[in-house]
Write a protein that binds this ligand. Sequence first.
Ligand SMILES: *Cc1c(COP(=O)(O)O)cnc(C)c1O
Length: 482
Amino acid sequence: MKLIFDKGKPGRRGSSLPKMDVPPENAVPAQFRRRTAAKLPEVSEQDVIRHYTLLSRKNMGVDTNFYPLGSCTMKYNPKVNERAASLPGFAELHPLLPQLRRGGALTQGALEVIYETQRLLCELLGFADCTMQPLAGAHGELTGIMLIAAYHKARGDHARKVLLIPDAAHGTNPASAMVGGFITQTVASDAEGNVDIEDLKKHLGPDTAGLMLTCPNTLGLFDKNVQEVCRLVHETGGLNYCDGANQNAVMGRVCPGQIGFDVMHVNIHKSFSTPHGGGGPGAGPVLVGECLVPYLPVSRVEKRDDGTYTLRYHCEESIGYIAPFYGNFGIILRAYAYILTLGREGLKRISENAVLNANYMRVRLAPYFDQKVDRPCMHECVFSAAPQAKKGVHALDIAKALIDRGFHPPTMYFPLIVHEALMIEPTETESKETLDEFIDALIEVVKLVDTDPESILAAPVTTPVRRLDETSAARNPNLADI
Ligand SMILES: *Cc1c(COP(=O)(O)O)cnc(C)c1O
């Protein structure tokens, strides 16, 4: 495709501005004025529209194609929530507007949204309190870990330096634990994909600060031993952290705060309706049980007896600031709209449909791949393309062949404990017809491994570029030559 800069013709225009009625020397101080004209393309409005529309069609997104990207919940987000987030009364707020009294009416609504979203999440997940400030899931993890550290410190329990992390945890868990100043130890999974209780017991001791459980874990499984795991950790004096980034598997069905978790984060940019392609923005609220409430970060939104809302900046034992202002407000607003439009029953139906879709996928595809664990999954199913790899076609090749058939590839080579992993998350919103189309395409690809493997190794052939060196493509992207 030609660059927009190469399309111009001198004198062609796409805009008409009113005649300037300010003398130029008054409009921009001399030192900031250009000395030579900018080299802008001279193009018509139609040229610009066609150029950008064609560019957008080269992009694959959840609004155009099925996107089975496990673990990231790249799901369809209802457009009504975008509308809520763009209401001018919210979208045009400045975070430095006064919170109360004089001019306070301008921010009371925003404070109410933060307060109410916290309250709804606490009710849904069974916790005492919540902070909406963390700006991503991993940021929520770090916040939660800082809360655990503050708890042990306040008790004078300085020996607790180890966070236990099962091998089926998300990769951000050990990273956050290290950044938070802890040492990590890995706990093995048993043959069914649960935490191996005997291995856990070997690791528990007076240095245990706590355990971080990704729930559901990265095998897409709900740990059957979860209550026993939490009990054992508590018995040794540690706290339990729940990585709840993927709530669409369990929301309305499980109350983590009531089965032994002391602290948890949720990714509202995944489960609660915010598109997050390209890596952001995000929001990872952290929920806590009573024992951690005093340490929550500031500022805190509080409701007064007269029904108004205020921000409290001074809490004696707080871990302090973890982000400027009050979190990614637009994302909080979408989550609030999402929870209110679905309601208690709607949220339950989300997790039912997410689990149903993933298990439909799992059962129909099971004959063609290996599985580390053969039992019902939650929101995603994980296969191993080991049988195909033996014949020279790898998970990566299968993923590329799916692109030619109109599907975004699933997650590959993750979780690390599965050889040649393909992790498929259909999400709750996809219809049976779409799932069948995807499954049929995948079966067609697998059959070609025996009859025409070359065609798979050559994929993709329908895209503007073929196979790239993915590392250098990410470091030195060529955005022009397509
Ligand atoms: C996505 C994810 C995270 C990290 O969330 P970010 O917002 O990307 O920082 C952590 N844990 C799990 C299980 C996840 O799926």
